[in-house]
Design a protein around this ligand. Structure first.
Ligand code: BT5
Length: 263
């Protein structure tokens, strides 16, 4: 349950219908099912704990109970399937804004959809689409954001992850983060739904990118890789890599390794 202050803060936004679960298998799974059954835009599921949190490409999302913001939103944007990435981008930007405004630090966006602090993963985003033929019907975007984690982090994540409280040195209010995230999302998503709104989203995404301008190795799902400099994010969300040989490669899905610290 949201407290009355939070409920009031979200009244009048698209995201006033927040359903908070003590435990659920996956907020994305539950909301995707509702999206397929015709639920309206704006429904939000939040969980204290997920028993089967999902990552991309059938991976899992780990989070001790109460440690994280685990939230999924249902959007029905006026976008083509090839532009669905823009809905993920506004979620990433809104989550970064929320950290900045509530916790006082600014995570960057590692392509395609992680929030990072000093190249450590603070949050992951999973977008799942409902489509009919070429038409985008709905998109469920889930965010797992590490808020107050034990120290040290579990061994499996110690080398790669971080949490808000590890960055700031103090616990951060999860509800405040949720409310600010949904308020900022309401603004950024509203702008995206305006004619030509994609332009502003791309400007924000590029501005907050931890990847552009970096030398990267992209691990592709098929097992091969591309090495080069990340030079552009396209309107359809692809990453353009300038390879050492001077050619350009367009990457639509993959995992990025940033090869050198940012300067
Ligand atoms: C993601 O996948 O980063 C998307 C994660 C989305 C999770 C949210 S939680 C709310 C909503 N409901 C769901 O069921 N899911 C969404 P991917 O890029 O595939 O990254 C997954 C990988 O990140 C794992 O294989 C681990 O290596 C690592 N990982 C798992 N848990 C992590 C955590 N808490 N912090 C940082 N890294 C983690």
């Amino acid at each position: 349950m949201l407290d009355p202050g939070a409920t009031q803060a979200l009244a009048g936004t698209r995201f006033a219908d927040v359903r908070w679960h003590a435990s659920i298998d996956s907020t994305n799974r539950a909301l995707l099912e509702e999206a397929r059954a015709g639920a309206p835009e704006g429904v939000v599921h939040v969980a204290d704990h997920q028993t089967a949190g999902r990552g991309r490409l059938d991976r899992t999302w780990e989070a001790p109970a109460g440690s994280s913001l685990l939230v999924s939103v249902l959007l029905r944007p006026p976008l083509g399937l090839e532009e669905a990435h823009l809905a993920t981008a506004v979620v990433a930007v809104a989550a970064s804004d929320a950290c900045d405004e509530v916790a006082g630090f600014r995570p960057l966006v590692k392509w395609p959809n992680d929030l990072v602090v000093d190249d450590r993963k603070l949050a992951g985003i999973l977008a799942e689409v409902v489509s009919v033929g070429p038409r985008l019907e709905a998109i469920v975007v889930g965010v797992g954001l590490n808020v107050n984690w034990p120290s040290p982090l579990p061994e499996t994540l110690a080398a790669t992850a971080t949490a808000c409280n590890h960055v700031t040195g103090a616990d951060v209010d999860r509800t405040a983060l949720l409310v600010r995230f949904l308020q900022r999302l309401d603004e950024h998503y509203g702008a995206l739904c305006e004619p030509g709104g994609w332009r502003g989203v791309l400007v924000n995404e590029r501005r907050l990118s931890a990847t552009l301008g970096r030398d990267v190795r992209v691990e592709l799902p098929a097992g091969d890789e591309v090495v080069g400099r990340a030079v552009e994010i396209t309107r359809d969300g692809n990453l353009m890599i300038e390879t050492a040989a001077g050619g350009m490669r367009r990457v639509s899905v993959g995992d990025i390794v940033h090869l050198r610290p940012s300067t």
